[in-house]
Design a protein around this ligand. Structure first.
Ligand SMILES: O=P(O)(O)OC[C@H](O)CO
Length: 416
């Protein structure tokens, strides 16, 4: 038997489901055993894989979050492009089967898909219907705009239903990148980096500045509670404990929310928007991750990886994973299989409706920048400067642009 190492970043309920899916493949044939290993957060998993590659101890497959795509695409000798792997191994692979928002993200400028889409998400609003009722709010109506979100938060706090209006995961992904796409604002030049390595950040525009200013004010007022850097791991507990009535998080936080919302009913809503921004709401962008194949492993492992990827791409596996997790159905076929599930689980389709709300523009089809994992770290650092009062919103976002652009220049110089 050939063992195939798969490093991933899925913890909790998602990790358990990933192992169950892998077992399904291992049990169905006897040539290969895929061994999944949890390596921590997305940035930790990516860093571990890069270090392992340098030490020639890399796994065959690694799960890399969507914002690592620019860096992975540039690492030409280190990766085996998925379209090439599947062709070399004579495996079935149809990039056209994937939804356009997904294909575009993982395809190079020649139209080749370089990694295998596996888990695509988008951020949504989870809200506590039980707290809404206590506050005299309609439990079936989530806030549509930021003004409503503030109004609802005031009612939650004034009525004593909760101490905090809302919290959020990922200041970078949700409150900066998606905020921008949702309001049809660019975050960088060259179509948010899709046009090439000369792209530079522009995420210090008036809409982003106004939004960060609001988050600072709401934080000072106690309406918003910050969940911490990177994914904002402290946010979920504040929602589960019913301190905060609303929680902006990945659609794939659904599995965790269902498991932890023991004493209350959960509602689902789209991200709020500013109704004075023309073109909002536009569409949100994907998050999550894809599977990259690393070079330098024995040939027999690649034959097994191709078989495993065929299995992961079947509509049944995709639909099972998406229904359980809240990740989006990433192929047309999986989406069709999920029609009954969506009909029986109101709100579970919020993410897919939001990401397809309008045809994507240059500002809302995603982003592709090198060194972006580090740039996300800068976004977190500057947001904390804002919260502590050391900088105002304009100053913090200007600093993100200046420091981020230095990293983009460095990346361009190294990869041209
Ligand atoms: O938690 P996920 O898998 O939906 O991913 C969230 C972000 O996209 C990570 O960059």
């Amino acid at each position: 038997q050939t063992e195939i190492q798969w490093w991933h970043a899925m913890g909790g309920e998602l990790g358990a489901k990933l192992e169950e899916i892998t077992k399904g493949f291992n049990d169905a044939q006897d040539e290969y055993t895929v061994v999944p290993s949890y390596k921590g957060t997305y940035p930790e998993t990516m860093t571990a894989a890069i270090a392992a590659f340098r030490a020639q101890q890399q796994p065959a497959v690694v799960q890399v979050f969507e914002v690592g795509t620019g860096t992975m695409m540039a690492a030409e000798g280190a990766i085996v492009p998925v379209h090439q792997l599947m062709a070399d191994q004579g495996a079935a692979f149809d990039p056209q089967a994937y939804l356009p928002a997904v294909v575009g993200y993982y395809t190079d400028t020649e139209g080749n898909m370089l990694s295998l889409p596996f888990n695509s998400s988008t951020p949504i609003v989870y809200y506590n219907k039980t707290m809404f009722e206590k506050a005299g709010l309609d439990p079936d109506t989530p806030p549509e705009t930021w003004a409503e979100l503030e109004e609802f938060s005031a009612k939650i706090r004034d009525s004593g239903a909760g101490t905090c209006g809302f919290t959020t995961q990922w200041i970078s992904w949700i409150q900066t990148e998606n905020l921008s796409a949702w309001h049809n604002q660019p975050i960088g030049t060259e179509g948010n980096g899709f046009g090439g390595l000369s792209a530079r950040l522009t995420l210090n525009g008036p809409v982003q500045v106004k939004h960060w200013e609001n988050l600072k004010r709401l934080s000072d007022e106690g309406v918003f509670k910050y969940g911490g850097p990177v994914g904002g791991d402290n946010a979920a507990p504040m929602f589960y404990s019913q301190d905060c009535a609303m929680y902006m998080a990945s659609s794939a936080s659904r599995a965790g929310v269902i498991a932890n919302a023991k004493d209350f009913e959960v509602g689902y809503g789209m991200l709020p928007f500013y109704d004075d921004v023309e073109g909002a709401p536009q569409n949100s962008i994907i998050g999550g991750a894809s599977l990259w194949v690393l070079s330098g492993r024995p040939d027999e492992e690649y034959a097994g990886v191709a078989k495993f990827f065929e299995y992961l791409s079947t509509p049944a596996v995709q639909a099972d994973w998406a229904s359980f997790s809240g990740y989006l159905p990433i192929t047309q076929a999986a989406m069709e299989q999920m029609a009954d599930f969506y009909a029986q689980n109101p709100g579970a389709d919020t993410g897919i409706r939001q990401i397809t709300l309008n045809a994507p523009t240059e500002n809302s089809k995603g982003l592709r920048f090198g060194n972006y994992v580090q740039i996300r770290g800068i976004i977190d650092e500057e947001f904390e400067q804002l919260l502590s009062g050391s900088k105002d919103a304009q100053g913090a976002l200007d600093a993100v642009v200046e420091r981020g652009n230095a990293l983009l220049e460095e990346f361009q110089a190294q990869n041209q």
